[in-house]
Design a protein around this ligand. Structure first.
Ligand code: PMV
Length: 323
C-alpha cells in the first residue's frame, strides 16, 4: 500500500496549449516531447492513512495544488482510504520547467503501484493527465507523443513513447534558468484565456497534428536542424497565440530575447543550436553533445544564472521512500 517512484520532466517540441475539457484535461491538439534526464521529481504514495495529506518539497500543499493531487488519488483509490503523498523535486517549480509534469507522472506511477496495479503506460498516462496535461508525457522516457484523442471520456487521450532515450543519446537539451520567480499567470489560466479570447488560437490548433507528425519524423531521422527549426517556430507560435489573448499574455523576459538573439548569432558562426520555450521566460536550447559547452556558454553570456544540460531521460524508476 506504499510505493515510491521518480519521474523526469519533459520539454515539448510541439506544444500543448489549450483544453477542450477542463475537468479531464483534454487538449485541442496533439503534442510531442522529449523527457529530460536528471530533472526529476520523486513521489511517495501510501494508502490506509487517517486523513489525506499532500506534502510538496517539505510543505503541506493547499488549494488548487492539493486539489489536483486528490483528483489523481480519487481515480485509483476505490476502497483504499486516505492517502499520504509526498513529492520532492530537484529543480525549481513554476519557471516553465514542467515540474508539475514530473510530479504528476511520479504520483500517478507511485499511486497505481501503491494500489497494487501493474505498470501500464496507457493507464499511467491517463492518470497523470488528470493532474497536469503535460504529465501524461512523462510516464515514459525518450520521445513521447500525446495524441489528442476524440472521445469525451478521454480514454483515447494519452501519450506513448515513440522512441526510447537510446534512440538519440547525443541530443542535448540545455535549460537556461534566467528567472526563478513563479510566473504571474499559470498555464492553466493562460491557456483558458488564449482559447477563449485569442483570434490566433484557431490557426495555432489547425496546424498542430501535421506539426507533430513532422517533429516525429525529424526525431526518427535524428535531424537536429529540422527539429530545431520546427521547435523554435512552434514555441514562438504558441507565444504569439498567447500574446493575442485579451488581456494579453507575455511570458518572455528581456533576458529571454537576449538568449534568442544569441542562439541565432551562434548559428551564424556554425554552432548547431536552437531554442524552445514553454510558458515561462526560461529557454531550453537544443544542440548536440559535442556542442554542449558552446550552448551553455552562450546562455550564460546572455544572462542565465544557472544552466542545466540534459540528455533524453529514461522511464520512471523506483526511488527511495520520502517517509
Ligand atoms: O500541463 P501544463 O498545465 O503544465 O501545461 C503545459 C504547457 C506547456 O508546457 C507550455 C506546453 C507543453 O506541451 O508542455
Amino acid at each position: 500500500m506504499k510505493a515510491s517512484f521518480a519521474a523526469n520532466a519533459n520539454i515539448a517540441l510541439v506544444k500543448y496549449w489549450g483544453k477542450r475539457d477542463e475537468g479531464l484535461i483534454l487538449p485541442h491538439q496533439s503534442s510531442f516531447s522529449v523527457t529530460l534526464g536528471g530533472l526529476s521529481v520523486t513521489a511517495t504514495v501510501a494508502f490506509g492513512m487517517e486523513r489525506d495529506e499532500v506534502v510538496v518539497n517539505g510543505a503541506e500543499a493547499t488549494g488548487e495544488e492539493r486539489a489536483r493531487v486528490i483528483k489523481v488519488l480519487d481515480a485509483v483509490r476505490a476502497g483504499l482510504g486516505f492517502a499520504r503523498v509526498e513529492t520532492r523535486g530537484n529543480f525549481p517549480k513554476a519557471v516553465g520547467l514542467a515540474s508539475s509534469a514530473a510530479a504528476f507522472a511520479a504520483i500517478a506511477v507511485a499511486a497505481r503501484a501503491a494500489a497494487g496495479s501493474p505498470r501500464d503506460e496507457r493507464e499511467e498516462s491517463i492518470l497523470a493527465r488528470l493532474g497536469s496535461g503535460s504529465a501524461c508525457r512523462s510516464v515514459r522516457g525518450g520521445f513521447c507523443l500525446w495524441r489528442r484523442g476524440q472521445r469525451s471520456d478521454g480514454l483515447d487521450s494519452y501519450a506513448r513513447q515513440l522512441f526510447p532515450a537510446e534512440h538519440w543519446p547525443q541530443l542535448r537539451l540545455v535549460v537556461a534558468l534566467l528567472e526563478r520567480k513563479e510566473k504571474r499567470v499559470k498555464s492553466r489560466e493562460g491557456m483558458r484565456r488564449t482559447v477563449e479570447t485569442s483570434p490566433y488560437y484557431s490557426a495555432w490548433v489547425q496546424d498542430a497534428e501535421e506539426e507533430a507528425a513532422r517533429a516525429v519524423e525529424s526525431v526518427r531521422r535524428k535531424d537536429l536542424a529540422a527539429l530545431g527549426a520546427l521547435s523554435e517556430r512552434n514555441a514562438l507560435r504558441m507565444h504569439a497565440a498567447a500574446m493575442g489573448a485579451d488581456p494579453p499574455l507575455c511570458y518572455l523576459a528581456p533576458a529571454t530575447l537576449r538568449v534568442i538573439e544569441a542562439v541565432a548569432d551562434a548559428r551564424e558562426r556554425g554552432v548547431p543550436v536552437w531554442f524552445t520555450l514553454d510558458a515561462g521566460p526560461n529557454p531550453v536550447l537544443l544542440t548536440e553533445a559535442s556542442r554542449e559547452e558552446d550552448a551553455k556558454q552562450l546562455a550564460r553570456a546572455a544572462g542565465a544564472r544557472e544552466v542545466i544540460a540534459c540528455g533524453p531521460g529514461g522511464d520512471p524508476a523506483p526511488a527511495p521512500e520520502l517517509f
